[in-house]
Design a protein around this ligand. Structure first.
Ligand code: AP5
Length: 210
């Protein structure tokens, strides 16, 4: 199974990718998590990406295409993968096509901007493995501690309301056009955000016919 998860910041792509990866037995590839790890480790990619990420802007396409090509070539991706947060621009989607990568489906999570702005102040993310939690909607078993790896949970620097609004504007301008791009290829499937994570998972599995 090769799947793309599309949707605005905070739509629940990372949350659903974590769940689907266990159900489908293929890894999730999150460019956001890869870039945050690169920033934390001070690698050349991280140094390039940091200022864009802090400002809520997109990291240049050539950096992303390099990152994703390397990750997709790894052994655990040979049976499939779930892309979370990539492609994010038409040139990124075209680069995947040019590289001969084909997909079974492109799933767009539909959610209104105001729901996202309201939601983001409660998000907490594992500083070790990147798993997302929410203080109200998806609390960890122990406050401040990741259920998956025991890492420390923190707010993300780009979840401040003013940066979230900038990220939403970037989504509408640069990423939303991908819905038409993939609809033209008969790959687009959409689900409306549901009040809980579990209900959204059910809707996704239904639309994917799983
Ligand atoms: P990235 O990390 O990809 O951020 P994003 O796309 O903005 O998405 P988020 O991680 O913020 O949200 P999500 O949809 O995964 O939501 P989540 O599951 O956490 O990118 C960060 C930055 O990196 C970008 O701004 C850019 O600079 C750079 N970048 C990354 N990829 C790039 C690319 N391809 N090209 C260029 N630049 C790139 O859920 C959010 C919260 O809601 C959680 O707390 C969760 O618990 C809760 N929640 C989820 N679902 C529900 C539900 N149904 N009901 C209630 N609560 C819910």
């Amino acid at each position: 199974m090769k799947l793309i998860l599309l949707g605005p910041p905070g739509a629940g792509k990372g949350t659903q990718a974590e769940i689907l990866t266990k159900k489908l037995g293929v890894p999730a590839i999150s460019t956001g998590n890869i870039l945050r790890a690169a920033v934390k480790n001070g690698t050349p990619t991280g140094l390039k990406a940091k200022e864009y990420m802090d400002a809520g802007k997109l990291v240049p396409d050539e950096v992303i295409i390099g990152v994703i090509s390397e990750r997709m070539a790894e052994a655990d991706c040979q049976e499939g993968f779930i892309l979370d947060g990539v492609p994010r621009t038409i040139p990124q989607a075209e680069a995947l096509e040019k590289a001969g990568v084909t997909f079974d489906a492109v799933l767009s999570i539909e959610i209104e901007d105001e729901v996202i702005v309201d939601r983001m102040d409660g998000r907490r993310v594992c500083t070790t493995c990147g798993a997302p939690f929410h203080v109200r909607n998806m609390p960890p078993k122990v406050e401040g501690v990741c259920d998956s790896c025991g890492g420390e949970l923190k707010e993300r620097a780009d979840d401040k309301p003013e940066v979230v609004r900038d990220r939403l504007a970037v989504y509408h301008k640069e990423t939303a056009p991908l819905k038409d791009f993939y609809a033209e290829r008969n790959l687009l499937k959409s689900v409306d955000n549901q009040p809980t994570v579990a209900e959204t998972t059910t809707a996704i599995l239904h639309v994917l016919g799983l």
